[in-house]
Write a protein that binds this ligand. Structure first.
Ligand code: GLC
Ligand code: CA
Length: 549
């Protein structure tokens, strides 16, 4: 267990989606003063890092992932003075703030783009990717955007098409242009100088693209740009960086976060998520959990980054459905399944990221009509899929399981109308189950999901084996049980979780057997896991630390 230890390695991160976290002034939108007012909730959980989804000035086509001023705060969220106060108040609680860096694209209202579209000869024109129309006046090619429609958006002022990989409101920034890269570096230093402790880098694997050769994800220039960014901005500063990449695999992971690469500290990878999607319809036709395949992805990543690099550990974020609905049992076993899933994820090696509301077992939104949704991706894809002939009820069924808005309903603080989130009209419906599922109801209950997260987060700080221990997968072919051991300094931490609503029988192999102290139990307590047959209750999760055997 001798490896370099960094200040953030025994910390657990928490993601806030500002629009849905806490509204201080009753306009129905979460805001920075609201976050400040709830920092004690994070401190009480033991959180050490706070990933803040975008709070920059933005027309909010994609809820802030479309930035029109990288050096200002959206007025609906507050002011730079509020932001500085947030950094200071978080710092007093030893919580480091990680900003969301969204630089694959800007908003189409960013002054750079306004200039770029006004005049072909403007130096800002080349901050974006432009191509002339095809001979028939149509788009240069027929590639599709991630949020539906063509990847090319026509701009009449200059008579050209601009490359828009997400939505037309999010034109891609041209990283080939050194002046653009310098502007991004300057902006990053400006935030670091304000006291932020790092960045979560939005779709960072897309910045190195070569659009003409259609090399978009993990394109040929990616690692050169990340190394340059490290040299120019990050080197010599003790910060933490995590790059979002839907395309990174265990084979390319160390290119981003290998010790000697001088790029990032870790990546958000999504192979465990994508494993549950349909081959052709993707997330709109989700498949039920295949635990064996799912566990294998996790184990592969643990092994790939065993000696170098670092994992991020998560089941939830603002783009994903609620884990208790997607992988757990949101009905009868909601609390126990939320705890079991958290146990399996948090005791692996890496940095756990908790998404707001996950720590109380919040569930999917339960939306049944298109009018309930707010997300640009969903609204665009709804139109597109229906045009292609998919029956609406089928689309809505898939959306009910995997739509991003499932994670974006307001944080459930209490049982009152407004859920303690707002006194006004929320921008998206509050889940009616806030009368049962809320922070106030769980705060002082030692058996709550919240208390369970508090315990897991504290354990990581207390036990080095959770941070650095070697990962050993067990019972890999078991269709119900997720099990592994962590080892180091002659100690073993054994983790055994029944990921199902039925009892599970298993045969504990010698490599999982342990005698010592029970750290976690979602059913009856156990302080040993004996070799041989074991019967686990539905969603029973247990972690025991001690001597092997
Ligand atoms: C990332 C964000 C997502 C956003 C997209 C475009 O995947 O997490 O919310 O819509 O990038 O910025
Ligand atoms: Ca507000």
């Amino acid at each position: 267990m001798t490896r370099q230890t960094r200040w953030w390695m025994d910390r657990t991160a928490y993601q806030i989606y500002p629009r849905s976290f806490a509204d201080s002034n009753g306009d129905g939108l979460g805001d920075i003063p609201g976050i400040i007012g709830r920092l004690d909730h994070l401190a009480d959980l033991g959180i050490g890092l706070l990933w803040l989804s975008p709070v920059y000035r933005s027309p909010m086509a994609d809820n802030g992932y479309d930035i029109s001023d990288y050096r200002d705060i959206a007025p609906e969220y507050g002011t730079l003075a509020d932001f500085d106060r947030l950094v200071a108040e978080a710092g007093r609680r030893d919580i480091g703030i990680i900003m969301d860096l969204v630089v694959n694209h800007s908003s189409d209202r960013h002054p750079w783009f306004l200039e770029a579209r006004r005049d072909r000869d403007s130096p800002f024109h080349d901050f974006y990717y432009w191509r002339d129309p095809a001979p028939d006046g149509g788009p240069p090619d027929n590639r599709r955007a991630y949020f539906g429609g063509p990847v090319w958006t026509f701009v009449p002022e200059v008579g050209r098409y601009v490359f828009t990989l997400f939505s037309p409101q999010q034109p891609d920034l041209n990283w080939q242009n050194p002046a653009l890269r310098r502007a991004v570096h300057d902006m990053m230093r400006w935030w670091l100088d304000r006291g932020v402790r790092g960045f979560r880098m939005d779709v960072i694997d897309l910045i190195g693209k070569d659009i003409d050769r259609d090399l978009i994800a993990e394109g040929p220039y990616l690692h050169g740009f990340l190394q340059e960014m490290h040299r120019e901005v990050l080197a010599g500063r003790d910060v933490v960086t995590v790059g979002e990449s839907w395309n990174v695999s265990r084979d390319t992971a160390l290119l981003y976060c290998g010790r000697d690469r001088g790029e990032l500290d870790m990546v958000f990878q999504f192979q465990h998520i994508v494993a549950g999607w349909d081959e052709t319809h993707g997330k709109w036709r989700p498949r039920p959990l295949d635990l064996v395949a799912f566990k294998k992805v996790w184990a592969d990543w643990q092994e790939a980054l065993q000696d170098d690099g670092w994992n991020s550990l998560f089941l939830n974020n603002h783009d994903l459905p609620r884990s208790v609905s997607r992988y757990g049992d949101a009905g009868q076993w909601r609390e126990r399944s939320a705890k079991a899933l958290a146990t399996a994820v948090h005791l692996m090696r890496g940095t756990p990221f908790v998404f707001q509301g996950e720590e109380i077992g919040m569930t999917n939104a339960g939306f049944t009509a298109i009018t309930h949704y707010r997300d640009i991706e969903l609204i665009n894809m709804h139109r597109e899929m229906l045009e292609q002939g998919l029956p609406e009820h089928q689309f809505l069924e898939g959306a009910g399981i995997t739509a991003r808005d499932n994670a974006r309903t307001p944080m459930q603080w209490d049982a009152f109308p407004g859920a303690g989130f707002t006194t006004g009209d929320p921008w998206i419906a509050i889940n009616p189950n806030h009368d049962r599922i809320n922070v106030a109801a769980q705060r002082d209950d030692p058996g709550s999901v919240l208390a369970h997260y508090r315990r897991l987060i504290a354990l990581r700080k207390r036990h080095e084996v959770i941070v650095h221990g070697r990962f050993v997968p067990c019972l890999e072919d078991h269709p119900q049980v997720w099990a592994y051991a962590r080892e180091g300094n002659n100690r073993r931490l054994s983790v055994l979780c029944n990921i199902s609503s039925d009892p599970a029988r298993a045969e504990v192999p010698p490599g999982l057997a342990v005698r010592g102290t029970g750290l976690i139990a979602t059913a009856g307590p156990r302080d040993a896991i004996a070799p041989g047959p074991i019967l686990l209750e539905p969603w029973e999760a247990v972690a025991v630390l001690g001597a092997p055997g």
